[in-house]
Ligand binder design. Structure first.
Ligand code: LAN
Length: 716
């Protein structure tokens, strides 16, 4: 570490409170007033996430897996929010804070003092111990993308350029070639800040939105995250938006590059992306396309450009309104924010709403304040603990009654009842009957979130006698109807929509740092989640039985097809093979496959067996996702060990001693208060960026322990 103290100091951690409202919306508040602090005491939930001592009692050491599960839950119940869901720190990516800080700076939105202090502390804590730079995510090596942008953030919030931490980070940036070689999304943020010239960027013509919908490359066919980001990008590029010049920006222009700003040949930087940053290099197709679009741009037709800008703006307004200004994710949130400010200035209703909803993305953790990957992972985390509690029998016990009731209330409230307000006009998929990933307000369907939400509700309502059947069959039918429309011709399910564009579109993926982002793909995790939900539903209801059977049969065909020769499934949304294999085996088991009758299950078990570590656990790193090859972690991980225990129990794997050894790993790592320590990062997206799911170390461990307690004989 270059300096012993964070550059702007630290706020008083005892003044932070997480306020939960409106169906899971969570916002951190800093209380300056002593009386207010007293009137609103910190909860265990607040303290836990802030990294403060929770002072929960030591529990008697668990001797059996069931006791360990109970101890786990007796800790984890204290983290339940007042409205019934579980909140959590959804950090990991290191390219999000720059969006919010640059976005607020260029729109002259005041940045609260406590944010500045805690953001600086976060970046200080997260700087690479050796070189002082930042990567694309918290476990990655330093890159130009991470270092140039986070360096910029620190400067914008008031850290001086001669601070030792900045000197070191700048040295690393310059060694990597300076900001000229930043990937295209970084070029965009710097151009918006007026620290990079727009001619240094490949064109993003908003006219694309004027093309007829039937064209195979029309952006409505792209993966939703990609197109929702390229809408405001198109607007801002079309407008050549840039921040008003000031002395700080002038200074950054000199700090970020290895040569004087004025001497940089900007058009030559379009294809300049540092080697450390490149995950998916520009293809020949993209280069040719960019040359053509560049030629068009030189002689573009102004009324057409104007119409493209207008169309992009209309679409982003519809997105804001559909999501109550949360937006699909943090990147389009901030780009939309800037675009709206450009048109409406500071004081419109839209800008006030947008400003309010900035807070949802700012999370304070033990290391400081970060911007999160979405406005939370509320539904996702809550539905797993619900299932873990039912599967382990803990939901039915008297001491968990209140907690379980609140949990169901929240899941009930979270289901989306209608289609989006603006629907076909902005190419949205239906949402009636959906469960989202985070909150109802954010309002997007995700296939597996709907699957997990539905499963959680069915499991609670059918297995916990004291709960009312709050979610009616009609509402479940809405979910079924929706899920059935999400299947792709090959039987698989994608994330937010069906696959709407040709795979060849990947050849024009312009974001060098991500892979597989241009269209939707069928994913084993999404498909298996939907299959298990459908199969659980058929056990309680006959609705659309024949349609469900047909859907499940072809989905199972897809799952079997997606199995690798070594018996594993590749995970796209968490790390990695252990994760996807868990989902796949559960769904195959529900579809009638067993260890005895199914080669697929046996080979999955063989695969997992071959990766068991000496201590009995499993551990893989994010490199598995990047390389497509199982990559052992140095040490086994409780979360991945729990996934495998669940898998092997589903499979009825006969070598019980191996499972028991793994269960012991989870038990041995449990702390005296019933919790588990945070280990390596758990999640991934777009092949190359890791993301944290800190709640997994509770939901899946409790689930594995509870399930093992019920299904294995612990007397012998
Ligand atoms: C997520 C988080 C949840 C995840 C699962 C539900 C786990 C998955 O099974 C389906 C895909 C989904 C919904 C998903 C998609 C991509 C997201 C939204 C993220 C990984 C969280 C952050 C990420 C988003 C793309 C980050 C913003 C960056 C951009 C590249 C726009």
């Amino acid at each position: 570490m270059v300096s012993k103290e964070p550059p702007l100091g630290q706020t008083d951690p005892s003044r932070w409170r997480l306020r939960v409202s409106d169906g899971g919306r969570h916002v951190w508040h800093y209380l300056r007033d002593d009386a207010e602090c007293k009137a609103w005491p910190q909860t265990v939930e607040d303290k836990y996430w802030l990294g403060l001592a929770t002072d929960l009692p030591k529990l008697p050491k668990a001797k059996t897996p069931l006791d360990a599960a109970k101890n786990g839950l007796s800790f984890y119940r204290h983290l339940q929010s007042s409205d019934g869901h579980w909140a959590g720190e959804y950090g990991g990516p290191m390219f999000l804070l720059p969006g919010i800080i640059i976005g607020m700076y260029v729109t002259k939105t005041p940045i609260p003092e406590e944010w500045k202090i805690e953001v600086a502390r976060y970046l200080w804590n997260r700087a690479d111990k050796e070189d002082g730079g930042w990567g694309i995510h918290i476990e990655g090596c330093s890159t130009v993308f991470g270092t140039a942008l986070n360096y910029t953030v620190l400067r914008l919030i008031g850290v001086p350029a001669d601070h030792p931490m900045m000197v070191k980070a700048r040295g690393t940036l310059h060694k990597l070639g300076g900001a000229a070689g930043i990937p295209s999304w970084g070029k965009l943020w710097l151009a918006i800040l007026n620290c990079y010239e727009w001619e240094g960027m490949n064109p993003i013509p908003p006219e694309l939105w004027l093309l007829p919908d039937w064209l195979p490359i029309h952006p409505w066919r792209w993966w939703i995250h990609t197109r929702m980001v390229y809408i405001p990008m198109g607007y801002l590029w079309g407008r050549k938006f840039k921040a008003e010049m000031d002395p700080l920006i002038a200074s950054l222009r000199e700090e970020l590059y290895v040569q004087p700003y004025e001497s940089i040949n900007w058009p030559a930087q379009r294809g300049n992306v540092a080697a450390v940053d490149t995950f998916y290099p520009h293809t020949k197709t993209l280069k040719t396309l960019m040359a053509l679009v560049g030629a068009y741009d030189n002689c573009h037709i102004p009324p057409l450009r104007k119409a493209g800008i207008k169309k992009a703006y209309e679409l982003l307004v519809l997105e804001d309104e559909n999501t109550s200004y949360q937006c699909l994710g943090p990147v389009n949130k901030m780009l939309n924010y800037i675009a709206r400010w450009d048109v409406e200035g500071h004081d419109s209703h839209a800008m006030r709403m947008h400003r309010e909803k900035l807070k949802d993305f700012m999370w304070v953790g033990a290391e400081g304040m970060m911007m999160t990957g979405t406005n939370g992972s509320q539904l996702w985390d809550t539905s797993f603990i619900a299932q873990a509690m039912v599967d382990s029998g803990l939901a039915a016990s008297a001491e968990n009654k209140q907690l379980t009731q609140k949990l169901l209330d929240w899941l009930d409230e979270c289901q989306i009842r209608d289609n989006p307000q603006h629907f076909k006009s902005c190419y949205r998929f239906a949402t009636k009957g959906a469960w989202p990933f985070s909150t109802k307000e954010q309002g997007y369907v995700v296939s597996d979130c709907t699957g997990e939400g539905l499963k959680a509700v069915i499991m609670l309502q059918e297995n916990v006698p004291y709960l009312k059947k709050q979610v009616s069959r009609e509402r479940m039918h809405d979910s079924i109807d929706l899920l059935l429309t999400m299947q792709n011709p090959g039987g698989g399910f994608a994330s937010y929509e069906t696959i709407n564009g040709p795979a060849l579109l990947e050849l024009i993926n312009p974001a060098e740092v991500f892979g597989d982002i241009m269209i939707e793909y069928a994913y084993p995790e999404c498909t298996t989640s939907v299959v298990t939900a459908l199969l659980k539903f058929t056990k309680i209801d006959d609705y659309r039985k024949a349609d469900i059977k047909k859907c499940v049969d072809s989905a199972v065909g897809y799952i079997l097809n997606a199995q690798r020769l070594d018996g594993s499934w590749f995970g796209s949304w968490a790390i990695c093979f252990t994760y996807a294999t868990m989902f796949a085996v559960e769904s195959l088991m529900l579809a009638g496959h067993t260890y005895d009758n199914s080669e697929a299950i046996r080979s999955a078990c063989d695969f997992l067996e071959s990766k068991q570590m000496d201590d009995g656990g499993w551990g893989e790193t994010y490199k598995s996702c990047e390389l497509g090859e199982y990559t052992h972690a140095e040490k086994s991980q409780v979360v991945q060990t729990a996934w495998v225990v669940i898998t092997l129990l589903h499979a009825k794997y006969p070598k019980k001693d191996r499972i028991k050894k793994a269960v012991k790993v989870i038990m041995d790592r449990q702390l005296e208060d019933g919790s588990w320590k945070q280990e390596q990062i758990e999640g991934i997206f777009n092949r190359n960026c890791a993301i944290s799911y800190p709640n997994y170390k509770f939901s899946f461990t409790i689930w594995a322990l509870g399930k093992a307690a019920r299904e294995l004989d612990w007397k012998s």
